[in-house]
Design a protein around this ligand. Structure first.
Ligand code: HEC
Ligand code: HEC
Ligand code: HEC
Ligand code: HEC
Length: 327
């Protein structure tokens, strides 16, 4: 470190830690025009930086120190230049995540890439107690519920990463119901054991969710059966949405860690499911009634036809035989 500069700046040195030269190559944007990240030579960049008052100069080309080496080759004695590089980092785990899937497969550009969570170029990992804020930029409801749940303080005190202790940070997978509960493989039993409140809550929440799923399946089943028989059930089918919405909502409310909160949506959800089931029962009843009615009227019609037939036979019987036999 050149002593003279430290004296000059009273312990502070000015340096722009992010500069590119043509050694960074093409940008990868607007490929048809083949634009470069920078058109500066290392020499030009050094002169410009000094002119703008930098004490130290570096070049941070993408994945290359060629620019730095070329400058140092020409100025081996430069004591205010050091080697830098902007390194591209790829995380294989990120590729497996719901976020990468949303971006690369579903073309949903609202899903986060590295800098949405880490900030542009800052690259610092989010602080352990602020992860919920990072995720909360997009998952506001879950973050809000988590912040007011007993887990917020419990996790921060123990330095468990918010959100990421349960979801991981890079390899975030699509969640499912088997994460909740007290069975093998559930998240909750990593920290809770039989006898504590968290364990009891985990069991209850899972039961509520399973009950609601069973209720929805039962109603959907009977309504589909009625529909196949030609009954009009589009209205109760639509109204069953109240139950499926409740299920979605309950899965979000898990983040409150409160069974009472989950119950608030599960109860009306179960009622909606039951209403759908009753509508299905009624539609099948109606179908049965109509079918029986059809059978009765069919028998009646056949009976009438038979009477008509008898009558015709009777009329024909009255005509004298000789008249019919006449040529
Ligand atoms: C959904 C948000 C999110 C995305 C997207 C994300 N990260 Fe992270 N990253 C985090 C969190 C949270 C941590 C952990 C912070 C902690 O433990 O304090 C972390 C930690 C890291 C770390 C520190 C080591 C480690 O693995 O814990 C590195 C390096 C890193 N991320 C690089 C990247 C890169 C490169 C990308 C893009 C491919 C990326 N991250 C995408 C949220 C994210
Ligand atoms: C910049 C916005 C953004 C940030 C920040 C973000 N996410 Fe996401 N997240 C999304 C989007 C978009 C999806 C994809 C939704 C889809 O395709 O169904 C998603 C999906 C998810 C899913 C799957 C949801 C599902 O129903 O399948 C989980 C779990 C998740 N994110 C957790 C996190 C966590 C934990 C963090 C913080 C470490 C985080 N996200 C940060 C936008 C974000
Ligand atoms: C990483 C560890 C961890 C995981 C995973 C975890 N918890 Fe907790 N939970 C805690 C800690 C620590 C507390 C604070 C009280 C304690 O020590 O039991 C707590 C508290 C609770 C409380 C409040 C208990 C009270 O005393 O009022 C409930 C309810 C709860 N958790 C439910 C759950 C459920 C449901 C799951 C699964 C979806 C879960 N927890 C997963 C660590 C965890
Ligand atoms: C104690 C463990 C735990 C913590 C902490 C946690 N989650 Fe979850 N999360 C779950 C579980 C379990 C599910 C799956 C619910 C289901 O599908 O039945 C889930 C589901 C999700 C989903 C999918 C949509 C939904 O709500 O069903 C998103 C998005 C999500 N979590 C985001 C977050 C964010 C953001 C944080 C931090 C603020 C967070 N989670 C903290 C356990 C946790």
């Amino acid at each position: 470190m050149p002593e003279k500069l430290i004296e000059l700046s009273q312990g502070f040195l000015k340096a722009d830690m992010h500069c590119h030269t043509y050694h960074s190559g093409l940008t990868g944007h607007m490929k048809a025009f083949e634009p470069m990240d920078s058109y500066n030579s290392p020499e030009d960049l050094y002169q410009l930086a000094k002119k703008r008052g930098m004490d130290l100069v570096t070049i941070t080309d993408h994945d290359s120190i060629d620019g730095c080496l070329s400058f140092l080759n020409k100025h081996p004695d430069a004591n205010d230049f050091f080697i830098g590089e902007e390194v591209t980092v790829k995380l294989p785990e990120y590729k497996t995540s719901v976020h990468a899937n949303a971006i690369y497969v579903k073309q949903d550009l609202s899903a986060p890439t590295c800098n949405d969570c880490h900030g542009n170029h800052g690259a610092a990992p989010p602080g352990i107690a602020s992860v919920a804020n990072v995720c909360g930029q997009c998952h506001a409801r879950q973050a809000e519920l988590f912040q007011t749940s007993p887990h917020k303080k419990a996790f921060d005190d123990r330095q468990f990463g918010e959100c990421i202790t349960c979801h991981s940070n890079h390899a975030i997978l699509k969640p499912n119901d088997s994460m909740i509960g007290t069975q093998q493989g559930a998240l909750c039993i990593n920290c809770h054991s039989n006898g504590d409140k968290g364990f009891a809550a985990a069991g209850m929440m899972r039961t509520r969710i399973d009950d609601l799923i069973a209720g929805i399946d039962k109603s959907t089943g009977i309504l589909n059966q009625a529909e196949r028989k030609g009954m009009e059930v589009s209205k109760p089918k639509f109204e069953l949405k109240g139950a499926t919405d409740a299920l979605t909502h309950a899965r979000v409310l898990i983040h409150s860690s409160s069974t009472a909160e989950v119950d608030k949506v599960v109860k009306p959800g179960l009622e909606a499911a039951d209403k759908g089931y009753q509508a299905g029962v009624a539609a099948l009843g109606e179908w049965k009634f109509r079918r029986e009615g059809l059978a009765v009227s069919l028998i009646f019609i056949l009976f009438l036809a038979f009477l008509v037939y008898l009558k015709i036979r009777q009329i024909e019987g009255r005509q004298p035989l000789k008249e019919i036999a006449k040529p």
